[in-house]
Design a protein around this ligand. Structure first.
Ligand code: 8Y7
Length: 300
């Protein structure tokens, strides 16, 4: 007899996710390339700028590079969520992100994900051709469920304890896996009530967002338990501070650490890996998947 859990996790595989007019093949793990258009992001802030001005030329060059390296999704973010970062104004966020979404969508055949919690931007980005919404606040802002619902796009709901400005001060859990799982389950239910079907949702435990090192390690070790919520899992571990803390490495020296965590996440059922170092991450997750499926048939 198959359990409900097995039914749900197997239905996550062999599945095409409808992302606007584009499709995402989740029958194998995919890599989401990070494109920060903030001047102050956690690990690659300001790389795409000429002085204070964002360079669309540099942005498109970087996107092309990530696509050649095997990224299936480009995640465009205009709000820095690094611990302690200030919140950005709605108009400033829209001004940063929207032209980038438009330009990528026009130039490349890729799923553009918009990393935002702002309902107005969700709607505008969908009109500009975005294929996915990535909300680190799991649609908690007023009007976000309604706006995200209208876009008809897939949405990643991420768990965060607290707000970026203060989240790393004193993270506390009863049991980190069951707490995060209960929270995500609740958000899925609220989305369903708001007219967003479960098939459109991706779930993310939110590594580093209001979690101690031990919380992060426990969440990754127990990641497969989140599969029972019945949605594909997305994880972001790339260059995060838990790697720095365990290995004593600066942010520009965390590639090996990031790849080992990406492999562990895939082994525990992650469908999408959000990463800065696309080429290396694609190699790592494809090899992990080859072992898991005992098949060498994943052709690039
Ligand atoms: C995550 C994320 C960031 C993550 C999802 C960083 C926007 C911090 N991390 N979105 N965003 N999951 N879904 O270090 O883990 O990249 S920003």
């Amino acid at each position: 007899m198959t359990t409900g859990l097995a039914d749900k996790s197997s239905s996550n595989q062999n599945r095409l996710l409808h992302c606007g007019d584009r499709f995402l093949d989740l029958s194998r793990p995919q890599v989401m390339g990070v494109l920060n258009v903030t001047p102050d992001s956690f690990s690659d802030g300001g790389l795409l700028h000429d002085g204070p001005i964002l360079s669309l030329g540099k942005v498109l060059f970087r996107v092309e590079q990530m696509l050649e390296q095997g990224a299936a999704i480009i995640d465009v973010g205009g709000e820095s969520t690094r611990p302690g970062a200030k919140t950005v104004g709605v108009q400033e966020e829209i001004d940063r992100v929207l032209p980038v979404v438009q330009a990528i969508n026009k130039q490349f055949d890729v799923v553009v994900s918009v990393d935002t919690s702002t309902p107005e931007l969700m709607l505008m980005a969908a009109d500009a051709g975005a294929g996915m919404i990535n909300d680190v606040r799991a649609l908690e802002r007023d009007g976000a469920i309604e706006a995200a619902g209208k876009t008809e796009l897939p949405i990643c709901l991420m768990h965060m304890q607290g707000e970026p400005a203060t989240m790393q001060k004193r993270p506390r859990y009863h049991d980190v896996i069951s707490d995060v799982s209960a929270y995500l389950g609740l958000r899925v239910n609220l989305c369903e009530v708001g007219g967003i079907s479960r098939e459109r949702l991706l779930l993310d435990p939110g590594f580093g967002f209001g979690k101690s090192v031990v919380h992060n390690l426990a969440l990754l070790n127990g990641l497969s338990q989140l599969q029972s919520l019945g949605c594909p899992l997305l994880v972001g571990l790339s260059r995060k501070s838990l790697i720095g803390k365990v290995l004593n490495r600066d942010v520009d020296d965390r590639l090996a650490g990031s790849l080992s965590l990406a492999v562990l996440a895939v082994d525990r059922g992650a469908s999408i890996i959000r990463a800065h170092d696309v080429r290396e991450t694609v190699d790592a997750v494809l090899l992990a998947q080859a072992v898991i499926s005992e098949s060498d048939s994943i052709v690039q």
